[in-house]
Design a binder for this molecule. Structure first.
Ligand SMILES: Nc1ncnc2c1ncn2[C@@H]1O[C@H](COP(=O)(O)OP(=O)(O)OP(=O)(O)O)[C@@H](O)[C@H]1O
Ligand SMILES: [Mg+2]
Length: 313
């Protein structure tokens, strides 16, 4: 993406050149400068720019080589957060990650993600502040950035993929992330409960896109701990299998594998039962919450049918 964006020659596709282009636009607290003096390169995009930025994003998806105008430049400047879907960093009084619909979507991804975040919050999972903004016939999801502090400073973030030194193909599971949390977190008991709750949620809501870059740890003034949960979706892609295993063969969780996982996380049997019940009750509310967020009824039905609530064994 970066090479394409700046039309870099082959000779300049090296780490130092690429890092210098990222500058201060990466998420987290790392910034890169080829000189000791810091030069602020681009103005941040603002909330009122969102509609035009969405149009620029669609134009870019249709034709990545289209000529660059000012808006395209702004879209590209703010679009380095990574991940598969179109998104930009925008600011008002707060700093937001704006997730756009894609021209290739077959579901209303923005409203579905908002409804899933609301369902997760009801299930007791910490999620960032978020809102859906209407942009004419379309909408975008704004998620408050957890790498930006209230004072406008930055928190370090690191993905579980980096923490576990995983390559492109890996066979790892929720218990591997628990081991990392035990070592890294300054509040392991809290984080293990939170991660287990999210594992149960992902199983029940069929969030099969549970790859290691969708979990991160951050360092704020208290120390290192899990970030709030993000990128939560039911199985819109109809993957049927999770990326991370729950301790079972085939990456499809069952009630007994979730119970066993709770024990591997060091959570008492009674607490495991409570977490399972609370998460189940919240996930049962997904159709109502989806409706409140304006997800089309047909899409809700399709997604609920893909939530194979695990039976015993
Ligand atoms: N609220 C947030 N604050 C700071 N960084 C975030 C936040 N939410 C997500 N991120 C970072 O941005 C990246 C992309 O976000 P996200 O995973 O939501 O996008 P995506 O395109 O749907 O991803 P995927 O490729 O997994 O489908 C994440 O991997 C994470 O590093
Ligand atoms: Mg992601």
């Amino acid at each position: 993406m970066l090479c394409q964006r700046y039309q870099l020659s082959r000779a300049r596709r090296r780490a130092p050149d690429l890092l210098a282009l990222i500058g201060a636009e990466a998420l987290g607290a790392l910034a890169y400068t080829p000189t000791p003096e810091w030069v602020e390169v681009s103005e941040p995009a603002r909330l009122p720019d969102l509609k035009q930025l969405l149009e620029a994003s669609e134009r870019f998806e249709r034709d990545p080589d289209a000529p660059m105008d000012e808006l395209m430049r702004l879209f590209k400047a703010g679009s380095s957060p990574g991940g598969a879907r179109p998104k930009v960093l925008v600011e008002d009084a707060k700093s937001w990650l704006a997730k756009f619909p894609s021209i290739r979507d077959t579901f209303d991804m923005v409203r579905i993600e908002a409804a899933t975040l609301a369902t997760a919050r009801l299930a007791g999972i910490e999620v960032p502040e978020f809102q859906v903004v209407e942009l004419g016939a379309r909408s975008a999801l704004l998620v408050k950035r957890f790498d930006v502090t209230a004072e406008g400073g930055r928190n370090h973030i690191i993905s579980m993929k980096s923490l576990l030194a995983a390559g492109d193909y890996y066979f790892l599971g929720y218990a591997d992330m628990a081991d990392t949390v035990r070592i890294v977190s300054d509040r392991p008991r809290h984080d293990l409960q939170m991660l287990y709750r999210q594992a149960v949620f992902n199983a029940l809501v069929a969030n099969t896109d549970d790859h290691l870059k969708n979990f991160s740890m951050m360092r704020d003034r208290h120390g290192w701990h899990l970030t709030p949960a993000y990128d939560l979706m039911p199985d819109t892609a109809n993957n049927r299998e999770h990326v991370l295993h729950f301790g079972t063969v085939g990456n499809t969780p069952t009630l007994s594998s979730l119970n066993l996982l709770g024990r591997q996380f060091g959570i008492a049997a009674g607490a495991v039962k409570n977490i399972m019940n609370e998460v189940r009750e919240a996930v049962e509310q997904f159709p109502r919450i989806g409706d409140e967020y304006g997800v089309p009824a047909k899409e809700i039905d399709t997604l609920v049918a893909r939530m194979r609530l695990p039976g015993p064994g």
